[in-house]
Design a protein around this ligand. Structure first.
Ligand code: GLU
Length: 506
């Protein structure tokens, strides 16, 4: 790599929820920039007023914040190339469109929407390009005089690129290697719209140039647009400064057939967006990884592994480690199948590896959401340490640990009643007396005491251990029962035995 400072950008259009493929694009841009000590720019591409969706920009910013992928330059933090919202840069694009027209690489087109529609009806698969452009109303087909008259009159018009005929456009993609396009197959894309706004094609080139972007990672779906962009870089005389492109392979449906879509998520019951997204027009809520209970560390880790690996079997990476190890050479060319079970595995691993302290705010939120009160921080931290190996999604902390904060609301009586005997009632009453008399309250001692009494009373350990567990937690789950009792404390354990005995013998 040359000494030039690396500058990458994520350039979303604020049109709705942020797909996990979008976050992976952010991540790869970010990892590349940070690996090379460069800058990560967030640019909002909002020039298509028809697709603009209220709240979508804030939502994207929130998603980046949740993931901890903080832009060095953005509409919020500013930066040397502000503004970073294309709608606020509207005035500067026309100059470049006019320059292209003057050079003969673009032209004015006056066709009305009705005329275009008629053409599409008359000609199947109509493309506004070299085959038909001379029969349309534009500055290529009309005389100079006619064009001037229309412009003077303020006739609505767009500016279109004039795609060259029978040329091949080539470039070297950092992931896909050599790519070439036949210009005959590409239509004359609109560059500047009738409302004076640039289209994506013009704005992306102008802004990548003005913002000194050196490398651009984007989804593979943008590959067909690349020839238009390449020609614009060339026509505007900026070819030397063109960023190096990396078109990222798609994230595929679990069966590998086609791109993973929002609908697949709904159909198969997993999220596809980073965070919950509510469509402001329809009110429709599309679920997100965050609200389902994913840790951002796990989310980033699993996204990184969709199409990248470090060449070893290692699967768990922190963001710092990803920054250190990231290399384009190890991004796969093939699409990556999304596997939700594997995604959950990453989350469980991250929960296991996280400290109780770092999990605390998440667990607090889960428990408080269920109306539980957390008396003491120290107690909560111990609970988290005891439980975290059993949790896959953060809300599981409620099912797995809720009983530490409230007496079980119900008991698995089916597991108890058929085998209950008076002798068992006596055993637990006696256990209460033994516990009351005990001076210490440690798991190992509790176990010894419990087992001694079991033997004395002629029970098998299985006969009384399961009831004891159900007394404390309500069901057949949870960690080692004496760890639970130790953490609940002497008084609470005794209380729970007494309360449960009533339910078991009723
Ligand atoms: N605005 C485009 C999008 O919404 C950006 C594509 C690119 O990165 O060039 O994805």
């Amino acid at each position: 790599m040359s000494n030039q400072q690396v500058r990458v950008r994520f350039a979303p259009s604020p049109t709705g929820g942020l797909h996990l493929g979008g976050v992976r694009t952010v991540l790869f841009n970010y990892l590349f920039a940070k690996h090379h000590k460069g800058s990560f720019v967030l640019r909002i591409e909002d020039t298509d007023q028809n697709r603009y969706v209220e709240g979508a920009e804030e939502y994207i910013l929130d998603c980046l914040k949740w993931c901890g992928l903080h832009p060095d330059e953005s509409p919020v933090v500013g930066g040397p190339f502000a503004p970073y919202r294309q709608s606020e840069r509207k005035a500067l694009y026309r100059e470049y469109a006019e320059r292209l027209v003057a050079q003969g690489h673009a032209y004015y087109a006056f066709d009305t929407p009705a005329e275009l529609e008629q053409k599409r009806k008359d000609i199947p698969n109509f493309q506004y390009g070299h085959t038909y452009r001379n029969e349309m109303r534009n500055s290529l087909s009309l005389s100079e005089h006619e064009v001037d008259a229309l412009l003077d009159k303020g006739e609505p018009h767009v500016v279109r690129i004039k795609m060259p005929v029978e040329e091949t456009v080539n470039f070297n993609d950092m992931i896909r290697g050599h790519v070439s396009f036949d210009t005959n197959l590409v239509d004359d894309k609109v560059l500047l719209k009738a409302d004076g706004m640039p289209t994506y094609h013009l704005a992306v080139v102008v802004d990548d140039f003005l913002m000194k972007i050196t490398h651009a990672f984007r989804g593979e779906e943008w590959l067909p647009s690349a020839p238009v962009h390449l020609l614009l870089w060339e026509y505007l005389g900026w070819k030397e400064q063109m960023p190096q492109w990396a078109h990222l392979p798609l994230i595929l449906k679990p069966d590998g057939h086609g791109k993973l879509s929002k609908r697949d998520g709904a159909r198969l019951g997993f999220p596809v967006y980073a965070m919950n997204w509510t469509d402001p027009k329809t009110g429709e809520l599309t679920p997100g990884f965050k609200e389902l209970g994913f840790l951002p560390e796990a989310f980033l880790n699993l996204l990184a592994m969709l199409g990248w690996n470090d060449g070893t079997d290692q699967e768990i990476f922190s963001l710092d480690e990803l920054i250190e190890k990231f290399s384009i050479e190890r991004i796969s060319k093939a699409g990556a199948k999304f596997d939700f079970e594997k995604a959950k595995w990453y989350n469980a691993e991250w929960i296991k590896r996280s400290s109780a302290e770092s999990l605390k705010p998440h667990v607090e939120a889960v428990l408080q959401d269920k109306g539980l009160t957390i008396a003491e921080d120290k107690f909560l931290l111990k609970v988290i340490d005891l439980i975290k190996d059993r949790v896959t999604l953060l809300p599981d902390f409620y099912q797995q640990a809720g009983y530490f904060f409230q007496v079980p609301g119900e008991y698995d009586l089916n597991a108890i009643k058929p085998k209950w005997t008076d002798a068992k009632t006596d055993f637990f009453n006696e256990l209460v007396s033994v516990f009351e008399a005990s001076a210490t309250w440690e798991p190992a001692e509790l176990e010894t005491t419990f087992k001694a009494l079991t033997e004395q009373r002629g029970f098998k350990i299985g006969d009384v251990m399961l009831p004891f567990r159900i007394m404390l937690v309500g069901g057949k789950f949870g960690p080692h029962v004496f760890d639970i009792a130790a953490l609940l404390g002497k008084q609470e354990t005794i209380n729970r035995i007494k309360i449960a005995l009533q339910a078991f013998t009723a």
